[in-house]
Design a protein around this ligand. Structure first.
Ligand code: NAD
Length: 357
């Protein structure tokens, strides 16, 4: 069929050394950027996404038409819980890697729809691992964990050996569960699995549910923005990591993944968990100051002296392991990166700026 022809042609690498990668969550923020980067360097890429409505689905359609279609990445609309669909895709194409980014993201939404986290981050993940392990030569899996697994651990910077047994949100709990599920699949079936713990990823085409994004929107609309602080006035800070740095880390994780020699084979794939952060946390107040400067507008700040449920106070990555394993080195500082985000935002939403300085 036409569908199969398009899928197969998108999956074909440009050279014989290129990889063939299935990217789940392909019209998501990180998935769209990663798919384009893989395709640009000559890998074959097939995207899979259910275009869920957790946030503005128009943005997902725009990422598809403006980024993925232009790069020539074919996207299958479907769910990782659909095992018939997964089998059909894996029957059509022999993938070398799966970059698994599909998930229910966000910390606060778990209080509204807890089951969506279990469905995508646990059931869906297991479903995908089951499909992968059934392939004679299973692709290596690189997937998105999260800095949120460090939870209430207060020892910073976070290193991969630190405790992760105190999640502060259901989201974090499902990411932590994912790491343990992945370990079991590595142990039993020898699947090669790399879990990347992303730290607050931001940039053009970003997620509207994240603070830097809705602060920008609210500042432009002269709306009050709430800044949550613990009752001890502890300021919240995040290790903001620019999208291009994270994508480089993902590509390098794909390139360095050691492959198992299949179900019956002797060589067991490796199991890795690696932080991908920026190693320089910035407070929410500083974030707002940078946005004010870039937008040339004053924010109406309201400080709320109450910790926001599910949020941890500080995230800060130790990236020694990423340096060794992936040759990873974050390049973008927050002000430069936000400048690129703001430029994209004003352009995408066609905002005519009225300065209020
Ligand atoms: P995103 O929400 O933009 O992308 C996720 C995509 O997955 C969405 O397009 C969604 O439609 C799709 N999806 C969700 N459930 C699905 C399912 N069951 N079947 C098929 N598709 C499904 O989020 P993102 O920021 O691009 O995050 C990508 C990954 O990185 C996620 O696993 C997220 O948890 C993780 N992560 C992101 C950050 C960050 O700061 N952005 C930080 C830590 C971890």
């Amino acid at each position: 069929s036409r569908w199969e022809t398009r899928l197969k042609s998108s999956a074909k690498p440009r050279s014989c050394t290129g990889h063939t990668v299935l990217v789940t969550g392909a019209v998501g923020f990180i998935g769209a950027h990663a798919s384009v980067a893989l395709k640009r360097r000559g890998d074959g890429v097939v995207g899979l996404d259910n275009f869920n409505r957790y946030y503005d689905v128009n943005l997902k359609h725009s990422r598809k038409s403006k980024l993925l279609d232009r790069a020539g990445v074919f996207v299958v609309e479907g769910d990782i819980n659909d095992d018939v669909l997964l089998r059909r895709i894996f029957d059509l194409v022999q993938f070398t890697h799966v970059l698994h980014l599909a998930a229910q993201a966000g910390v606060r939404y778990a209080m509204i729809n807890p089951n969506s986290y279990i469905k995508s981050n646990i059931d869906g993940f297991v479903n995908l691992l089951e499909a992968v392990k059934s392939i004679t030569e299973p692709p290596a899996m690189v997937w998105a964990s999260s800095s949120s697994v460090y939870g209430l651990n207060s020892k910073v910077p976070f290193s991969e050996k630190d405790r992760t047994d105190q999640p502060a949100s259901l989201y974090a709990a499902t990411k932590k569960a994912g790491e343990e599920i992945a370990h079991a699949y590595n142990h039993i079936y020898g699947l090669s699995i790399t879990g990347l713990r992303f730290f607050t990823v931001y940039g053009p085409w970003g997620r509207p549910d994240m603070a830097y994004f809705f602060f920008t929107k609210d500042i432009l609309n002269r709306k009050e923005i709430s800044i949550f602080e613990g009752d001890n006035h502890g300021t919240i800070a995040r290790d903001f990591t620019y999208i291009d740095d994270v994508v480089k880390g993902c590509l390098s994780a794909i390139d360095t993944a050691n492959k198992s020699s299949g179900n019956g084979g002797k060589k067991k794939g490796e199991f890795r968990i690696i932080n991908l952060g920026n190693t320089s946390p910035v407070s929410v107040h500083k974030l707002v100051r940078i946005l004010e400067k870039l937008l040339k507008m004053k924010a109406k700040k309201k400080v709320v002296l109450m910790p926001r449920n599910g949020d941890v106070a500080l995230t800060h990555a130790n990236i020694s392991l990423a340096r060794i394993e992936l040759g990873y080195e974050p390049r973008m500082d927050l002000e430069m990166g936000l400048k690129k985000f703001v430029k994209w935002y004003l352009d995408y939403y066609d905002v005519k700026k009225k300065s209020s300085w």
